[in-house]
Design a protein around this ligand. Structure first.
Ligand SMILES: Nc1nc2c(c(=O)[nH]1)N[C@H]1C(S)=C(S)[C@@H](COP(=O)(O)OP(=O)(O)OC[C@H]3O[C@@H](n4cnc5c(=O)[nH]c(N)nc54)[C@H](O)[C@@H]3O)O[C@H]1N2
Ligand SMILES: Nc1nc2c(c(=O)[nH]1)N[C@H]1C(S)=C(S)[C@@H](COP(=O)(O)OP(=O)(O)OC[C@H]3O[C@@H](n4cnc5c(=O)[nH]c(N)nc54)[C@H](O)[C@@H]3O)O[C@H]1N2
Ligand code: SF4
Ligand SMILES: [Mo]
Length: 749
């Protein structure tokens, strides 16, 4: 590991969105002095967007934590040493387990956009204290989609946009938000090629919509009618792929029967899209050799979100766009980020637990009650729920009501300020790191990043933090670990045998598996990679789950894959699939897509009933709270000077609404919702339609400027949102559809 190498390009990755583009950097002491795309990275191939170049604002940030902190009774924090922190925290959780049961300990987070390796170790401690419930940001965006996916095919699909003849983006602006490899390059290629088409469903004329061949500019919140009409056209005009449906799909008749009754013109009017444009878009989907579809927050965080997930998947299923080049795929995964399976319930409110995740929206209600099963303690790792969950005021109240709150972060966040203990993590270039956003097909990649710097003094990498916490509980004895330590020194083959023997003889070891790997295999790994030990187990599992695809990618078995991952600096391809593998990856026994979901068909029929708008006379506008822009990156960068423009995170408003409110560019307005109020700076923009305003995400985070003054530019979006506005099936919030009003602020207001 090098600490002060100037001039040498070293491989790592950008951590600002789930693409995790490979980058190479030059360090000057502890500063990231130069950054460019890594051409050796198998997925990003040298690509980055504008944000990657600003990463030093993450690494060198005035808000970096450098010591464990303990809250004093008066609310201030004192620095304590690691031994004290670990002992007190382990004892605190053990006490809650003993007095109230481990299921009262709740875990939130486990990784942001760039770091899932630390969270992979959390399970050992959580199992050791008997915790059962967990959640993270996916439970405020993707759980509705997961629920639909698990019923349709028991997996998770992705489009292959690079090769798709027709790409469809629904409530998704990939020019800004990226989310698939080399997004802007691919979008430009599609736009330039007359043989390919792009369909965008978005109320805003986004940069992606500007490149589209078909922009279905829906009224906010009306996607369900638009999507039902698109699917309806496929049925009305006989455009379904009957051969595909007969061979690979069950339940198509029930779906066709419902869609046959969809009144196309009426629904086109309901969503505000010209009927002939809508019909041509449906015909374009049907005539294409390949179609890929991406739905994201514009529908996932808006009314009818689970229904929209269902309807949009019908578009590609009914037209047979599966298991072929450029179409939709069930990909492999190196470490699943979520589980596929049945729906559980939360202990207090009985909310649906989908993919093992408690809806973010119900977290306060699971705490702020005297119900005996309430959550009493919480560990937050690499997430900032006090800022990112709806209704921040209530989240703060809930967190302060906990018996014990521990936050593991690199920075002093809004959530950390509420904690009893704050543990400082090493940054993502000071430790081995990786993400489990490995979602591509046919080539899927995994990138283990090597540490480029020693941890900032006072900080520890998460694998070490979790290991110390497990050690403090004393659940595994040295006599169990010793044979594994010895075998690890003899090499991976010996380790494999010893491991199987040890876990076979003592199943308790299996429960704290990542800990065992870290303690025994970790010390033998080269280049400061002890924290990569858990990947050994994941590599074995991957090789067993997809043996042929792993071999095609050049790895003979799990150990070979693990070694390739350790050796590669720019990431490795871990599976290479053939298109027919998609059918094998279907989770259902009959290997068919089960398209009939009774609740969703009932919901589709119910679209015919009139529904009152959510806006009212008091709150006549729809606010989208949390738009992705050129200079937003969740809450990862806290120093406002990382932004080259839009420093205030302007409220975008249509020309018509600006005129009606009497405001122009740069004016200040008060924006009020049923949940709260804030002040914002206006940007009048012809990309917005009347009645729709938008605020960016990632603003309103506290920072301390060079003079030690607190500064908080922009609006914290969740001061304005409510956890009550949520999807009936998944509990996901309607952040993109918040009824609001704006008022001009007089000078001096
Ligand atoms: N620059 C940047 N990129 C990011 C992130 C970031 O913070 N900054 N965050 C990453 C993360 S965590 C995620 S989840 C993704 C999210 O990526 P996206 O979902 O693409 O991001 P958003 O801008 O929140 O919402 C997408 C679109 O929804 C539209 N929309 C609003 N209301 C409606 C509606 O009623 N119907 C429809 N159809 N559309 C509507 C908005 O106009 C917007 O263009 O981005 C990732 N990439
Ligand atoms: N109103 C509104 N709310 C939203 C959204 C919206 O569009 N509108 N979007 C939602 C979505 S899609 C998402 S994904 C969430 C995101 O919200 P969160 O889940 O809160 O995640 P991030 O904002 O990415 O915060 C990541 C945290 O990890 C910390 N961190 C960075 N590196 C490390 C590390 O190496 N170790 C540790 N331990 N910590 C580290 C950062 O300092 C930061 O505090 O927000 C959601 N909230
Ligand atoms: S923000 Fe996302 S797309 Fe942009 S460079 Fe970073 S990882 Fe790549
Ligand atoms: Mo997200």
């Amino acid at each position: 590991m090098s600490t002060t190498t100037t001039g040498e390009w070293q491989a790592t990755a950008c951590i600002l969105c789930e693409c995790n583009c490979g980058i190479v950097v030059q360090l000057e002491d502890r500063t990231i002095a130069k950054i460019r795309g890594d051409r050796e990275h198998p997925a990003s191939q040298g690509y980055t967007c504008n944000k990657a170049l600003r990463l030093d604002h993450y690494q060198n940030n005035r808000n970096r934590l450098t010591s464990p902190l303990r809250r004093r009774p008066d609310g201030s924090y004192e620095e304590i040493d690691w031994d004290t922190a670990i002992a007190e925290i382990a004892e605190g959780f053990a006490r809650i387990r003993d007095e109230h049961g481990g299921d009262k300990i709740f875990y939130y987070g486990g990784g942001g956009q760039g770091n899932h390796l630390g969270g992979a170790y959390s399970g050992a401690f959580l199992k050791a204290v008997g915790a059962r419930y967990r959640s993270n940001a996916l439970a405020q965006e993707k759980t509705g989609e997961f629920w639909i996916d698990s019923q349709l095919y028991g997996g998770h699909t992705r489009g292959e946009f690079e090769h798709a003849e027709v790409s469809v983006f629904i409530g998704k602006n990939p020019w800004m938000s990226q989310s698939f490899p080399r997004a802007r390059v691919v979008l430009n290629e599609i736009a330039k090629d007359p043989a390919r088409s792009m369909i965008v469903i978005d109320p805003v004329l986004t940069d992606t919509a500007k490149l589209a061949d078909f922009h279905l500019r829906v009224r906010p919140g009306t996607d369900a009618w638009c999507l039902a009409a698109l699917a309806g056209v496929l049925v009305h005009e006989g455009l379904c792929d009957e051969e595909f449906l007969a061979a690979h799909v069950t339940g198509a008749d029930a779906v066709r029967a419902v869609l046959a009754d969809v009144p196309i013109s009426e629904y086109a009017q309901r969503c505000g899209v010209d009927e002939s444009l809508l019909r041509s878009a449906a015909r374009r989907i049907a005539s294409a050799d390949s179609v890929s579809v991406f739905e994201d927050l514009g529908v996932q965080q808006a009314p009818n979100s689970t229904l929209c997930s269902y309807l949009n998947k019908l578009l590609w299923i009914l037209t047979g766009n599966f298991a072929k080049r450029g179409a939709q795929h069930l990909h492999s995964s190196f470490a699943p980020l979520f589980t596929v399976g049945g729906v559980g319930r939360t202990p207090v409110t009985g909310a649906p637990v989908i993919s093992g995740l408690v809806p973010s929206n119900v977290v306060p209600d699971e705490i702020l009650t005297d119900h005996p099963d309430r959550f009493r303690a919480m560990i937050v790792e690499s997430s900032n729920p006090a800022h990112s969950i709806a209704d921040s005021a209530r989240v703060r109240e809930a967190m302060l009501a906990l018996d014990l709150l521990v936050v593991i972060d690199v920075a002093m966040t809004e959530t950390a300020r509420l904690a009893h203990y704050v543990l400082p993590a090493a940054s993502q270039i000071e430790k081995p790191e990786a993400t489990f956003f490995n979602l591509e097909f046919p080539h899927n990649t995994f990138h283990l990043r090597h540490p480029l710097l020693e941890p900032l003094p006072g900080t520890l990498a998460e694998p070490e933090i979790w290991a110390r916490l497990v050690r403090a509980l004393g659940v595994v004895g040295e006599e169990d670990l010793h044979p594994l330590r010895r075998a690890a020194r003899a090499g991976l083959a010996a380790y494999t045998t010893a491991f199987l023997t040890a876990v076979g003889a003592n199943p308790a070891l299996g429960r704290v598996l990542p800990y065992v790997l870290y303690e025994t295999l970790g010390p033998t790994l080269p280049d400061g990679l002890a924290g990569a030990a858990a990947l050994w187990g994941l590599a074995q599992k991957t090789a067993m789950t997809y043996p042929d695809a792993v071999r095609r990618a050049g790895h003979a078995d799990g150990n070979a894959l693990f070694e390739a991952i350790l050796a590669g600096r720019s990431g490795v391809t871990f599976t290479e699939h053939e298109y027919d593998d998609d059918y094998v990856l279907i989770g259902h026994d009959d290997k068919r897509i089960a398209v009939e979901i009774p609740e969703m068909l009932t919901e589709t029929v119910a679209l015919a009933q009139a529904r009152p708008a959510l806006t009212t006379e008091e709150f006549p506008l729809v606010l989208s709270a949390g738009e992705r822009r050129a200079y937003t990156a969740n809450d990862i960068l806290r120093d406002p000077s990382w932004r080259k423009r839009d420093p205030e995170g302007a409220l975008r408003i249509s020309v018509e609404d600006a005129a009606a409110t009497g405001v122009g560019n740069g004016d200040r307005v008060r924006i009020t919702t049923a949940a709260g109020a804030a002040e914002a700076t206006v940007e009048v923009s012809d990309v917005m339609q009347p009645g729709h305003v938008s605020l960016p995400n990632g603003f309103g985070v506290d920072d301390v400027d060079a003079d030690g003054r607190a500064v908080t530019p922009g609006v914290a979006p969740n001061e304005l949102t409510s956890s009550q506005w949520r999807d009936a099936y998944a509990g996901t919030p309607w952040h993109k559809h918040v009824p609001a009003r704006i008022e001009r602020m007089a000078a001096g207001d």
